[in-house]
Design a protein around this ligand. Sequence first.
Ligand code: FES
Length: 135
Amino acid sequence: MECQTSPMSTPLEIIVKDANGWVFLIEKDALECDRPLIPVKIGGDKYILFKDGEGRIGLIARNCPHRGADLCFGRLEKGGIRCPFHGWYFDKNGQCLEQPAEPPDSKMFNAIKLPNLQVKLEKKGVYAYIDAQDR
Ligand code: FES
């Protein structure tokens, strides 16, 4: 199956004006491809929906908190996605796990977390939890 993996792809856009609670995002099969990463726009905020190498699904902010690189160009790895610019590594919850250029004993990555939305995989597809009050 072909994926919308290019940053040039039109993002899947979710109108959240009246959305509150679990909102259907996409068919489950859309993430069954070589590079399961889809740009998503929710109420004006940009995210990426991706599946890591362990099959876990995440919906995290699209731009890296370091220098703003587009994570649509990121490298999907076993436990998350790695920024294509300086290699910061994020899990499905947006938590930074590694900063390769920091000294080995640095724990700064613990304080870095991308905005994220809860997602769940059900029979029909992928759902995101959207709180309209936050929009
Ligand atoms: S811009 Fe992402 S690690 Fe630098």
